[in-house]
Design a protein around this ligand. Structure first.
Ligand SMILES: Cc1cc2nc3c(=O)[nH]c(=O)nc-3n(C[C@H](O)[C@H](O)[C@H](O)COP(=O)(O)OP(=O)(O)OC[C@H]3O[C@@H](n4cnc5c(N)ncnc54)[C@H](O)[C@@H]3O)c2cc1C
Length: 389
């Protein structure tokens, strides 16, 4: 049973971690964001620092070499990082969604083999689901794995896969039985490390979310050992991916909270400096209305993210809570970025100010980890299921 002493200890530990993150962001990240983002350059040195801080293992339990943070603390870490540079939160987040599939669905041997390497950041990666003709409708994927002795041979292509150029592996969703009905019974998930036949064909250009690599991939008779089939059983791939999505949605929601917070912070500061008609613009009611809405959105987003993260930490079903947090916090990011831009006038349209980046980064959050159209459908279905008439 948890005692008050344990609780205080956890609280101190979390505060120390959040303080260390703030120092790291101030000295190692903020001074370099503009240059790296504008050059679309991978932040290799920042990644080395993140490895040292243990961030690649922040939610992996200590017994497998991670920091073992609660989801609530992890969400706070992600929001802080995203309030300075959203791209680097993606380098950890997609990696941890991959790690979570092993943690939740892997065999004990897979956990012992892979999780310590994931936690140290020695082996980094992401998730390979999307194909040119299948995003929301994942059951339509065509990448195929065929068993040959103690290996599977994989052929097909993926697109929009983050961390695939600079990372070393992916949780890769494939079809092991394309004829299966229902279709998801023919889907499986593998941890695929780079090797012959695993080819990055193109790094994609993006509106925002720069510096982090998102690519097209080709699998050409790529051979993966059969013991890399997650859970050791075929046909559970989609279920394994979906079970990781609650966590994925909480962390995208936390990114939204970060971008919404950054937009508010910059708007509050700028509106006190810029003067029109003899007074700072923050004294005009039109600007105050915007600040009032932006601040309220940030606090509401924070509460939704915390509630979803706490439900996840208690082991409760939280697809509705995670969906609400994801939907609201990411729309808050987009709305606050636009309002922040308006408050900056022409300067908001210039890369000299960070708001231009928030405005380009925010839309990804509306799309990734289940589009916000899908989130509202999931919320509605849960409302109907939980409260039958
Ligand atoms: C920068 C970036 C990074 C990404 N990183 C990754 C990654 O690391 N790994 C990965 O696997 N994928 C990644 N993706 C892909 C992303 O997950 C997909 O784009 C997303 O799932 C949506 O799929 P889609 O683009 O095919 O859109 P579609 O599925 O074609 O959807 C198009 C539109 O139709 C709507 N729609 C679809 N079905 C329904 C429905 N049933 N009811 C109502 N509306 C519907 C959608 O909401 C959307 O508005 C990334 C994308 C971007 C932009």
């Amino acid at each position: 049973m948890a005692t008050d002493h344990d609780h205080d200890h956890d609280h101190d530990h979390d505060t120390q971690i959040l303080d260390a993150i703030d120092r790291f962001l101030k000295t190692e990240v903020r001074p370099h964001v503009k240059r790296l983002e504008q050059a679309d350059e991978y932040p290799a040195e920042i990644v080395e620092q993140m490895k040292k801080m243990g961030l690649f293992g922040c939610i992996i339990p200590a017994e497998y070499g991670g920091l073992g943070l609660s989801t609530a603390t992890y969400a706070a870490v992600v929001a802080r990082i995203a309030s300075v540079w959203m791209s680097i939160s993606g380098i950890i987040n997609s990696h941890l969604i991959m790690a979570a599939t092993v943690l939740r669905s892997g065999t004990e041997a897979q956990k012992r083999d892979l999780l310590p390497r994931f936690a140290s950041g020695e082996l980094r990666g992401g998730i390979g689901l999307t194909e040119a003709d299948a995003g929301t409708d994942l059951q339509a994927i065509r990448t195929r794995a065929v068993r040959e002795g103690d290996h599977y041979v994989i052929n097909g292509s993926k697109t929009w896969i983050t961390n695939s150029l600079h990372g070393g592996c992916l949780a890769l969703l494939v079809k092991t039985d394309p004829q299966a009905e229902p279709r998801h019974k023919g889907m499986s998930l593998f941890i695929t490390e780079k090797g012959p036949g695993f080819v990055v064909t193109r790094k994609l250009k993006k509106l925002g979310y720069r510096g982090i690599d998102t690519c097209e991939l080709q699998f050409d008779n790529y051979r993966v050992p059969a013991d890399r089939l997650i859970g050791g059983v075929e046909g559970r791939g989609l279920q394994q991916v979906l079970s990781g999505l609650e966590l994925g949605r909480i962390n995208v929601a936390a990114r939204g909270l970060g971008v919404a917070t950054a937009s508010l912070r910059d708007a509050v500061a700028y509106s006190q400096q810029r003067k029109t008609f003899g007074k700072p613009i923050c004294e005009h009611q039109a600007i105050q209305l915007k600040l009032g809405e932006m601040g309220t959105r940030v606090e509401a987003a924070r509460l939704l993210v915390e509630a979803a993260a706490r439900a996840y930490d208690r082991g409760e079903r939280c697809d509705m809570e995670a969906g609400m947090a994801k939907y609201f916090a990411t729309e808050a990011a987009m709305d606050n970025a636009l309002e922040c831009m308006r408050i900056h006038g022409a300067y908001g349209y210039s890369p000299e100010f960070d708001v231009e980046r928030y405005y380009r980064d925010a839309p990804l959050l509306l799309i990734g980890e289940g589009t916000n159209e899908m989130q509202r459908l999931i919320i509605a279905r849960q409302l109907i299921q939980r409260y039958p008439a």
